[in-house]
Design a protein around this ligand. Structure first.
Ligand SMILES: [Zn+2]
Length: 328
């Protein structure tokens, strides 16, 4: 369940909601109340509310659950409609809530699809703690819509946030999915194809700031890479001070983040035959310099990006030497 829903439930405990709706309960034990069930006709109280767990259960009709569930049952609403009826804050949070649910769902799927894990291993990522920390998931395709529809989300909303295409198929079909967060807020999802489909994709809307910026913003030296698979191999190799711009072109937010304090930025873009990565690094280095930020270009061997460097046998010590040899 999305963080917004959790935040909402913290703001409005079930017992408060019930009292606002004239439910009268008598205390039984330390954190339980019992009263007449609002969901079915009865004369002897069998509706219990546990304030510690913030849930209800009725021994008469057998219904139980949390605040959202209670609203669904008492007002005959979908999950989605129940959130909406809890106030305007939840309406704006709706798209975020559905993204959180999708991200959590994709994360659950990852372990069920050997081809997805195989792809991660091929790209050099095998640290399961890191995979979990980054909330990496997999979109097998075909089952997201049913999963979210069962929780009351409409096709229109899923289309609107871009999780489904016009035909109703998963936008991330057979892609590894990385949630992109700004602090705790989910701003987008990034998908990387494990097959032959168009390599990668974002949902419509901003890609947000630098990846996992909160982790590195206080580091005096930051390694900037262009791809998330570059990011993961460096993190796995023990470099904590890495961030990623998801492409060589930084948006205004990302550039501002790099300039928000004194630091040295080690630009580690691809060294490809057409020189586009290095040209981008050179331009960025100059722009950063003009803003008083020291930039160094880490030169990988010809034809390499940080990912291929590690996948093809490079190690942390060798990479550290390249960082130390980096040129302005
Ligand atoms: Zn009942």
């Amino acid at each position: 369940m999305g963080e917004d829903v959790e935040a909402l439930k913290r703001r409005l405990p079930l017992i408060e909601y019930l009292r606002q709706h004239n439910w009268k309960g008598s205390p039984v034990g330390r954190s339980e109340f019992v009263g007449l069930c609002p969901l079915h006709e009865e004369t002897r109280p069998s509706f219990y509310v546990n304030t510690r767990k913030d849930v209800f259960y009725c021994h008469g009709c057998g219904q139980g659950g949390d605040l959202i569930r209670f609203i669904q049952l008492s007002r005959h609403l979908s999950f989605h409609q129940s959130l909406v009826c809890l106030g305007p804050q939840t309406i704006t949070a709706d798209a975020v809530a559905v993204l959180e649910l999708a991200a959590a769902f994709y994360q659950q799927q990852l372990d069920c699809y050997p081809e997805a894990l195989r792809y991660l291993y091929q790209r050099g990522l095998h640290d399961h703690t890191l995979i979990r920390e980054l909330e990496i998931g997999y979109a097998p395709g075909g089952i997201l819509r049913r999963h979210l529809a069962a929780q009351g989300y409409t096709f229109d909303l899923l289309r609107h946030v871009g999780l489904l295409n016009e035909q109703g198929a998963d936008a991330f079909y057979q892609r590894i999915v990385f949630p992109l967060r700004s602090g705790a807020d989910l701003v987008n999802l990034y998908g990387r194809s494990i097959g032959t489909a168009f390599a990668h994709r974002f949902l419509p809307g901003a890609k947000g700031g630098l990846y996992a910026w909160e982790k590195v913003r206080n580091c005096p030296a930051v390694i900037l890479v262009e791809g998330l698979f570059d990011y993961v191999v460096l993190r796995q190799a023990g470099f904590p001070n890495v961030t990623c711009s998801l492409g060589t072109h930084l948006n205004a937010d990302q550039f501002r983040q790099l300039c928000d304090g004194p630091r040295t930025v080690y630009l580690t873009f691809d060294v490809d035959a057409n020189q586009s990565g290095q040209q981008a690094a050179e331009q960025l280095s100059q722009r950063l310099g003009a803003h008083g930020i020291a930039a160094r270009r880490v030169l990988l061997p010809q034809g390499h990006d940080p990912n291929s460097f590690f996948v093809e046998g490079g190690n942390a010590q060798q990479f550290q030497s390249l960082v130390e040899a980096a040129q302005p």
